[in-house]
Design a binder for this molecule. Structure first.
Ligand SMILES: Cc1cc2nc3c(=O)[nH]c(=O)nc-3n(C[C@H](O)[C@H](O)[C@H](O)COP(=O)(O)OP(=O)(O)OC[C@H]3O[C@@H](n4cnc5c(N)ncnc54)[C@H](O)[C@@H]3O)c2cc1C
Length: 473
């Protein structure tokens, strides 16, 4: 480390180039700020390099395989074996990632943002050092946006070894389809990867500590996913408390207490996906003086401000929903606030998406939450089984549910489980954002035959005049 090197002065430093950081940097540059963004790794953060994008690529490849396997049902017959070339699949996935990270680099360059590569260490509230193995650079800034993200949480009793006991990062880079794959933790990350590997041919077991998969997500939505997993041959073990495990050669054994009984699960690989921890340790935050909560997340207000003036935090390291679009949204707010705008966070219509099979997506309030908040509610549910497009796609499991306020019919929340729920939720997000009521949706002409017609029908159901289902009296 070079002590006493001359610090470069800039308006804004963004620490971390994930979906929070790079979006914040671009927005700040658009608003006329001179910006430096720092990352010790590739730009794009977890989401592009070892999260959203690679997982969706593997999921989409596994779905393609399922479509081929099940094609005879619709009269397409494949003769000969259908095999999976895992190294090639991973290479293709890496290509997708590379295209996107390359795009982010271009955008940063196009917005005249300086990218500094190295590990950040704060030396004070307005200064930091960026270090690599053989260099050190110092910056002084007016404002800093901390966007250091999160890392996989480790189970002390079953620590990652990167070879047989994997975090999601290694599980996205396997060079073979596991014969047996144990997933510890039935949250969305474990479920998405477990489903993909089951489709690629692995015998998958999911161990979940609580009573059902996807804790925190409404039971009516998860029920359909659980049913499909069982159909795929996935073993779901709930109320399973992992006690430890060990690696023996090319095998891993996970020991758990299941409803009071000791059980062992043997597999080629175990994925431990039990949560994420914020990257707020060992970066010198003590020198900044920002307050953390009891789990180590940086405390922020509705404008992404920390307790220290000029210091903002966004994305996973600031807690809340650990989702890429939430990080990017906060990135824009933080950049606008430091540039003098009066932007404020509003999560009312934030979408939550799980790329399960079928997909789950929801926004706003569930019926229960709406009642808890004191609303009188009316709900309506339209099944994909009555939608021509879903039937023609051979993908008609699930429903769209609309929750509205009884008197005004204003939309309070929408829950979807079914084909392309991840895309369908956008219309609901927009509707709630615009304060739409059921009539606004019902009066909007939806193209036929398309999946979004289900949303129109569910909204018509709120008004008691859906056409393609019998309305509630
Ligand atoms: C397997 C998986 C699948 C996921 N799928 C989805 C999905 O489908 N949809 C969704 O919305 N979200 C998904 N997520 C979550 C999503 O990836 C995160 O919410 C998102 O990446 C958070 O963005 P961020 O900018 O806050 O931080 P990150 O993406 O974590 O980026 C933080 C960056 O900071 C850098 N950094 C950290 N410390 C330092 C330091 N000291 N010095 C320099 N640089 C540093 C890191 O190298 C990293 O690049 C998934 C996550 C995983 C693991």
């Amino acid at each position: 480390m070079v002590v006493g090197d001359l610090a470069q002065e800039v308006d804004v430093v963004v620490v971390g180039a994930g979906p929070g950081g790079y979006v914040a940097a671009i927005r700040a540059a658009q608003l006329g700020k001179n910006v430096v963004i720092v990352d010790k790794d590739e730009v794009g953060g977890v989401c592009l390099n070892r999260g959203c994008i690679p997982s969706k690529a593997i999921i989409s490849a596994s779905e393609r395989l399922m479509h081929i396997r099940e094609a005879s049902h619709v009269g397409i017959e494949v003769s000969g074996d259908v095999t999976v070339n895992m190294p090639k699949l991973i290479e293709w996935k890496n290509g997708v990632v590379k295209k996107l990270t390359g795009g982010v680099s271009q955008l940063l360059k196009g917005n005249k943002i300086e990218v500094a590569k190295g590990e950040v260490y704060f030396t004070g509230p307005n200064s930091l050092r960026v270090m690599t193995d053989d260099s050190s650079q110092s910056f002084k800034y007016n404002d800093v946006i901390i966007a250091t993200g999160s890392s996989p949480a480790e189970l002390k009793i079953l620590p990652f070894d990167g070879k047989r006991i994997l975090s999601s990062t290694e599980a996205l880079n396997l060079q073979e389809v596991p014969k047996r794959f144990v997933v510890v933790g039935g949250g969305y990350i474990g479920l998405e990867l477990g489903t993909a590997y089951a489709k690629l041919g692995a015998e998958v077991t999911i161990l979940e500590g609580t009573k059902s998969l996807l804790p925190g997500t409404e039971g009516t939505l998860t029920k359909m996913v659980t049913r499909k997993l069982k159909k795929l041959g996935v073993t779901i073990v709930t109320e399973a408390m992992v006690q430890g495990g060990e690696v023996n050669g090319e095998e891993v054994t996970v020991r758990a207490t299941v409803k009071g009984e000791e059980k062992s699960f043997v597999a080629d690989y175990a994925l431990v996906s039990v949560g994420r921890k914020p990257n707020t340790e060992e970066i010198g935050l003590d020198n900044v003086g920002v307050e953390l909560d009891e789990r180590g997340f940086i405390k922020i207000d509705k404008q992404c401000k920390t307790n220290v003036s000029g210091v903002y935090a966004i994305g996973d390291c600031a807690g809340g929903a650990l989702l890429a679009h939430k990080a990017s949204y906060e990135g824009k707010i933080a950049a606008e606030v430091l540039a003098g705008m009066n932007s404020v966070i509003d999560y009312q219509a934030m979408p939550f998406v799980i790329f399960s099979d079928p997909e789950i997506a929801y926004t706003g309030l569930t019926e229960e939450q709406a009642k808890e908040e004191g609303y009188e509610v009316v709900t309506s549910r339209f099944a994909f089984a009555a939608n021509g497009r879903a039937l023609s796609m051979e993908s008609a499991d699930g429903f769209v549910q609309v929750v509205a306020e009884k008197e005004t019919k204003q939309l309070l929340g929408v829950q979807i489980v079914g084909p392309e729920a991840s895309s369908l939720i956008s219309e609901a997000v927009f509707a709630i954002e615009m304060g739409a009521n059921a009539e606004d949706i019902a009066l909007t002409i939806h193209a036929h035959p398309t999946l979004p017609e289900t949303f129109m029908e569910a909204a018509e159901g709120i008004l008691g005049h859906a056409i393609h289902m019998v309305n509630k009296k």
